[in-house]
Unconditional design. Structure first.
Length: 116
């Protein structure tokens, strides 16, 4: 049942984004940024953690989860380093995901013919 909940949750997030793409003049970058900011706001309000526990990877893998991860990293960074943690916490928390995205996109560009 966990797989079904995760699939339906992730699909619902994607469906909402597709509706925004189809019904508004927003560009994909604006929608993606909105998802990251939305995840950060929901994390700051304490709403995202219970939602992510219920939905599993359906909530933690999309960009909403990345925004929440950045928020948690900044929160931990502030607790450890004070004001400097605002700037370093998000990078520390998201380093593995960002590095993986860069490495795998580079490998894909070597295997396939990139287009502009």
């Amino acid at each position: 049942m966990d797989y079904v909940i995760a699939f339906l949750t992730g699909g619902a997030i994607c469906a909402v984004c597709q509706i925004f793409l189809d019904k508004t003049k927003w560009m994909p970058g604006r929608i993606m940024t909105g998802l990251v900011v939305g995840g950060s706001i929901l994390g700051a309000l304490g709403i995202y953690e219970p939602f992510a526990e219920w939905a599993g990877c359906g909530a933690s893998v999309p960009l909403l989860g990345f925004g929440n991860l950045l928020f948690k990293g900044v929160k931990e960074g502030i607790a450890e380093k004070g004001f400097l943690g605002i700037f370093t916490g998000g990078f520390t928390a998201g380093a593995a995901g960002i590095c993986a995205a860069l490495v795998f996109s580079y490998l894909a560009s070597l295997i396939f013919k990139p287009k502009m």
